[in-house]
Design a protein around this ligand. Structure first.
Ligand code: PMP
Length: 427
């Protein structure tokens, strides 16, 4: 009754309706893209349903495909050692960590995995989170604040951008892999902020080129910023023994303040990590919302990642095979006249084709030939820079690589005269 009386006393407010999701510009963008695909007869290449483990090969709709759309770089996903470790963890601990590790406590696999990851970088400590995406969001969000500045490569992953936004820090971007562009920002801004963080990726996820780590460290020594390197696509790939970007350049990994990585790629699990000093790990375990207020990494996934790291250490031949495959793919693609952008031929080789719908159609045409590779379209890459992104694994054969490149070139040529521009739709 009190509420009714209160409402009766208030002047009548204009009635307001919550917007319909169908009317949002975000939905209109999705719907326009879908309609354009339908009008041009381009089937949606996303969300294909696989009925097998997707590595160098996969099965879709009962048919075998050569697969270039899996992060299973070192073929750990179906390795019996990984499966055995994961099953042992299920038998001992069940599936879930059951609550935040703060409350539910540790499992031995958490401790072993974090020690193993710290050992990869020769640093004091590592902390694991339940996803790679969350790792960037919560670690950057925790370490940086409104008095701080984050400077990042223009191509860094969406998860790092989300972390910067969460932190409230000022943000500047420098031109891709251009340390002069970074230095220009540092020269004018470095004294204005409490802390400065520079974020780069070891191997860039959309382009497949490598951060200029030696030059970044040289700059760091002069300007005194924290350097964070996202090794999602570099762990297991760069360096003689697959330890990543520092090994590739023969640098001391302890000179980088914050190593970030994901467990979903080379180690075929799910989760992410930060590796660095004990103090950094202590801060994140006490203050990062994505650690404190989130369930701990599943012990099953921790066990699988430990087994993935075991394989990385004990079988450097997989890294070697991956390197040969990546270089072969790049060499063949260049010889076929394909635009591979900046790729250096490691884990990621894009073939840039222009319009989003052209990339989607090329993906569909290759599927018809038994090759599964997915397009990356706007807004993940700038409009006009849509691409097929080939993930290379150590288990691809030379023949599979040569055939995929030859067919990509052939199919792309046959699409040359087809107009995929949205303008042509008169919308
Ligand atoms: N960083 C980079 C560079 C990535 O490419 C990705 C995902 N592809 C992530 C972070 C997030 O990792 P995850 O998919 O394991 O959450």
């Amino acid at each position: 009754r009190n509420r009714t009386e209160r409402l009766n006393r208030q002047p009548q407010a204009q009635s307001r309706q919550a917007p319909r999701f169908e009317d949002l510009p975000e939905y209109k963008r999705v719907a326009t893209q879908r309609m354009a695909g339908e009008l041009l007869g381009v089937a949606n290449p996303f969300y294909r349903s696989h009925d097998a483990a997707a590595g160098a090969t996969t099965r879709i709709g009962g048919r075998e495909f050569v697969n270039f759309a899996s992060y299973d770089y070192l073929a750990t996903n179906t390795d019996p050692h990984v499966a055995t470790r994961a099953k042992e963890a299920i038998d001992r601990f069940g599936i879930s960590a059951s609550a935040s590790r703060l409350v539910a406590g540790e499992r031995p696999d958490h401790v072993e995995l974090e020690r193993g990851l710290a050992a990869v970088y020769g640093v004091d400590a590592a902390v694991c989170f339940v996803s790679g995406y969350l790792t960037n969001v919560t670690a950057i969000g925790c370490l940086m604040g409104p008095q701080d500045l984050v400077i990042h490569d223009e191509f860094i992953h969406n998860s790092a951008l989300a972390g910067i936004k969460l932190s409230g820090a000022a943000r500047r971007l420098f031109q891709h892999n251009d340390v002069d562009s970074l230095e220009n920002i540092l020269k004018t801004l470095s004294s204005d902020f409490r802390r400065i963080l520079v974020i780069v990726e070891g191997i860039y996820s959309m382009d497949g080129d490598i951060a200029d780590l030696p030059a970044l460290l040289e700059l760091k020594a002069r300007y005194g910023f924290w350097l964070m390197v996202d090794e999602a696509h570099a762990l297991g790939i760069l360096g003689k023994t697959g330890r990543g970007t520092f090994e590739h350049f023969d640098l001391d990994p302890r000179d980088v303040d914050i190593w970030m990585g994901t467990l979903s790629k080379t180690t075929s699990s799910c989760g992410g990590y930060i590796a660095g000093s004990s103090a950094l790990a202590d801060i994140l375990k006490a203050e990062a919302g994505g650690f404190v207020y989130s369930v701990g990494l599943s012990p099953v996934l921790a066990a699988a990642a430990i087994a993935g790291l075991d394989i990385l250490k004990s079988e450097p031949k997989r890294t070697e095979r991956l390197r040969r495959n990546g270089h072969l793919f790049l060499k063949e693609a260049k010889a076929a006249g394909l635009d591979t952008g900046l790729s250096m031929g490691h884990s990621v080789v894009p073939v840039i084709v222009g319009d989003s719908l052209r990339a989607a159609q090329l993906s569909n045409d290759l599927l018809a030939e038994g090759i599964n590779v997915l397009p990356i379209i706007h807004p993940a890459v700038p409009e006009g820079m849509a691409r097929l992104r080939f993930f290379i694994t150590c288990n691809h054969t030379e023949e599979q690589i040569r055939r995929a490149v030859a067919l990509t070139a052939e199919k792309l040529k046959s699409l040359k005269d087809r107009n995929f521009g949205l303008a042509s739709l008169d919308m």
